[in-house]
Design a protein around this ligand. Sequence first.
Ligand code: AMP
Length: 438
Amino acid sequence: MSSFSELGLSPAILDAIHQQGYSEPTPIQQQAIPEVLAGRDILASAQTGTGKTAAFMLPALERLRHYGNTTTSPAMHPVRMLVLTPTRELADQIDANTQAYIQNLPLRHAVILGGVSMDVQKETLRRGNEIVIATVGRLLDHVEQKTIQLNKVEILVLDEADRMLDMGFIDDVRKIIQMLPEHRQILLFSATFAPEIRRLASDFMQEPKIIEIAKNRASSNVEQHMIAVDKSKKRILLERMITDLNISQVIVFCKTKVSVDQVTRHLKGRELSVASLHGDKSQTVRQETLNAFKQGDIRILVATDVAARGLDISELPYVINYELPSQAEDYIHRIGRTGRAGATGVAISLVDEDDKKIFDTITELIKKPLPLEQISGFEARWLNPNTADRGKMTPSFKTTSSDHELARQCERIPGRKKFSRMRQREVCALLLPNFGVK
Ligand code: AMP
């Protein structure tokens, strides 16, 4: 495996990488960095959490490095690189990474998102920034008001292009590309390559280098559990899992804003530290909530898929899908919030009778058969109409050691005392490998 220094990055950038604690490039970085440095267009599919932000930002900084200057004149800082993202959270995340990678270079960067004041952004843009990271709609607002000029852009990144397509931004993206100079480099990242994305690539890109990293596979660092449960028991099972397993931090994903509010209310009623995140909240509130969660001030974040992409929370141990998403792709993005950058994580999905179809689609997509597991006392009536009520189900948990050994190990996990011995064994058999108890 090559090291960062062999990839052709200069000392100022290598030093910033070193400060981030990255010891070696990830596979997407190894493949993309030399291509981007050579000025080629790339069409990349890389799984979430693989380090793809650095894969485009590090070589882009290397290419733009010679423009660095410390003069205050806005004319000396035209936009040279534009990064477009489907969501505000992803834009913010990329901006934060850019801040880390750019620290030794006299280049400027700015993030332009919807939902916050245009005036403050106008002032930021007026001062000049070589790198602008933006959501599509808000960028077009600035273009219309002539508060941003795109005629000096050399590098365009389209991140999560599939999501932009799903959200109906693809025509706006085309419009933006047409505003750029003819000679520009395009780096397109997408989980899937739907016909519209292929068309976009063939219309605007020059013989792009295709890079494929583990297509459509969920991160292998994430242990996945699918728990069959009846809808009526979900709330109580969720609460039990969080408290009895002493889960330090978790994102709980729901399909709708209404579910988010209901689950949040329930957990608040149990005096748990919980906050919620969905598209109806103002951008300021969304940002404050995320920051508080990242700092560890909030234990449980209940969210819709607005939190499924772009969020990078180091050491988030758990993701729970209270409801499976409507799109199988979103499952991969959701569980990608845990198990990031080499850490291990656990994703637990509560599967009810309405989820049967999407459950099948998800297992097909991740190309991995996930057995439907059950927890004693919470057996799914929809799965076992005859036996579930009588409590005679044998839980299908993977057991890593004998029951006796498991029970002994359970004693060593904090927060376990409230469990009955029976429940303790079963839930531990399900989740024990992730507590680091050997
Ligand atoms: P991304 O896929 O860009 O969202 O990155 C996921 C996480 O991986 C972020 O927390 C990065 O800081 C981290 N990361 C990126 N590159 C590396 C690397 N070479 N070694 C270790 N961590 C990395």
